[in-house]
Design a binder for this molecule. Sequence first.
Ligand code: AMP
Length: 435
Amino acid sequence: MPPLSFKDLKLNPQLLNAIEDMRYEKPTAIQQKAIPLVLNGHDLMGIAQTGTGKTAAFVLPVLMKVKYAQGSDVRALILAPTKELVLQIEEVAKQLATYTDLRILAVYGGVGPKTQIEQIENGVDIIVATPGRFMDIYLRGAIFTKHLKTLVLDEADKMMDMGFMPQIRKILEVIPVKRQNLLFSATMPERVVALSEEFLEYPERVEVAPQATTIETINQAYYEIPNIKTKINFVEHLLQTEKFTRVLIFTKTKQTADNLFKYLDRKGLGPVRVLHSNKGQNTRIHTMRLFKEGELKVLVATDVASRGIDVSDVSHVINFDVPTLYEDYVHRIGRTGRAEKLGVAITFANEAELFHIANIEKLIRKSIPQKKLPKNIKIEASTFEEKQDIARSIDHQKRKDDPTFKGAFHEKKARPGKDNKWNSKNKSKSKKRRR
Ligand code: AMP
């Protein structure tokens, strides 16, 4: 039996607290498989795409191993192909290390090395770096690698595509031979296999092969909907006008699930109930029974709560948010269209979430048709916070795709009451990017 909770993975209380803050409720498949192996000291070859939780799968055991600040020399090195990915990994690592005193530093090019060198000289436990800049600073004599015990190569396939192999080879020459190595890659082309043979010692191989195709009997579509309020208007419209008999609505957070439930209940659009992990076991079982027996029209649920749901004839699945763990999309829509019955899965995406739709299409190897919102749906204005979140998230994605992208969000800060020009100007671009 694979472990089911983060506690079962034997992570320390500091990390468990941070995981709770981040609202991760349950380890993902790659985390369940990889973390125990890394904690046991194995070299690891992990095959996993973005969206599977792979970052935390290597960051958590690295944090367990490095544990607390010690001396001044780096003890774990994480290499990644782009500045943006380096910054993202650093961010996840810092969040997960909130309750430790670990010193985590991102090292990347495009800015002068002086500050990074100073920070390294002040003492550092974990460095997340692009290979070129790491080697550059090493050659200036600012990095001592004697205490380095763990090396992670993230997105190895991309690093090889980008021609980083010579730098990586040089790094391997200047770090201790006796160390633990982790290699993560989304794909396994011949070159990555060769690298893993050269670089890993008796590695354990873990792979998450998300179910790639979705059942043919599911009719899928998505709508671009700018914000939560408009999403709510559309749910209301669908429940009022369409022949929905047993609808499962998925949300990313418990808070959204609760809010949506209250709204639908107040409007008399049920019978409706809500299911998430804050609900007691008995309530959950009872709610499930009501839904199965056809006593409810609508069930609002978060992903974690829904894993075990076995209801065979859900008429409609609505993804109120696009899942960032892409496998969840497959789990979610698999609730409908079971046993040869025709099911319908409808996804609501704001401008930032369109990016995830494109990735989900890659995963399921199928395009999801876009539909237009009916004209009579009231389009609400986005709140200032929502606009900020969306702009920030689009920036994040753009920089991930193109490390030279400067980040419009930081240059043109949205102001309350003003329309965020950046958003509307880039609408067409964000559509183009998807194809
Ligand atoms: P990654 O594949 O590392 O890029 O992660 C994809 C997304 O999943 C990120 O938004 C993470 O914050 C999120 N994530 C990672 N692990 C978990 C988890 N155990 N539960 C929920 N979300 C997670």
